[in-house]
Design a protein around this ligand. Structure first.
Ligand SMILES: Cn1nc(-c2ccccc2)cc1C(=O)N[C@H](Cc1nc2ccccc2[nH]1)C(=O)O
Length: 167
């Protein structure tokens, strides 16, 4: 039986069917196979049922930033002159992390109250962004998250962050 497999289209963020023997590819399942057979194709379990991101290649995230004295801009809507150390900032962020407990709703509430980023007014929402738009540690951490998940502490030149990936 010519072996079909399910691959993920990077450009569209959608699964497609590919036959390495015949080099055929199709968005729709090849005919002549039962649903059960299709579900056994290599790659089917990882890829079938995935929906395309609203903006292929981009991600959306919210964050809670705690700045410190060595931040690129040690000032925020909350505090004109931020003097805490990076270690103190991490301790504060750990407290928020515990209170958030993995809840996206709680994340937005605390980001709105406590984030040292001007996006606090947006419950921490930064909108959509692609590669090269945010500081690299922030970008890498966001792209590594599944949608709906919250990072551990991430450090950038702006301070220390918790990141919630939303899209
Ligand atoms: C990248 N960005 N987007 C917003 C924003 C987005 C939506 C609505 C309002 C503000 C603010 C910022 C920003 O750079 N804010 C900085 C702090 C900061 N540094 C960041 C580094 C990486 C990601 C987000 C970051 N936010 C500041 O207020 O000093």
């Amino acid at each position: 039986m010519s072996q079909w497999e399910v691959r993920m289209s990077n450009s569209k963020g959608l699964p497609y069917f590919f036959n390495p023997t015949t080099k055929e590819s199709s968005w729709d399942p090849p005919s002549g196979f039962t649903k059960e057979q299709i579900e056994q194709f290599p790659g089917a379990k990882e890829n079938l049922g995935k929906t395309a991101p609203a903006r292929p290649g981009q991600v959306r995230a919210s964050h809670l930033l705690v700045k410190h004295k060595d931040s690129r801009r040690p000032s925020s809507w909350k505090e004109a002159n931020i003097t805490r150390t990076k270690e103190e900032a991490i301790e504060i962020l750990r407290g928020y992390q515990a209170e958030i407990g993995g809840s996206p709703d709680k994340f937005g509430e605390l980001a709105g109250q406590h984030s040292d980023c001007s996006s606090h007014a947006n419950a921490g929402d930064l909108g959509w962004f692609g590669p090269g738009q945010m500081q690299k540690p922030f970008e890498d951490a966001t792209f590594a998250l599944d949608v709906g998940k919250i990072s551990d502490v991430v450090s950038t030149e702006s301070g220390v962050h918790l990141i919630l990936r939303t899209g």
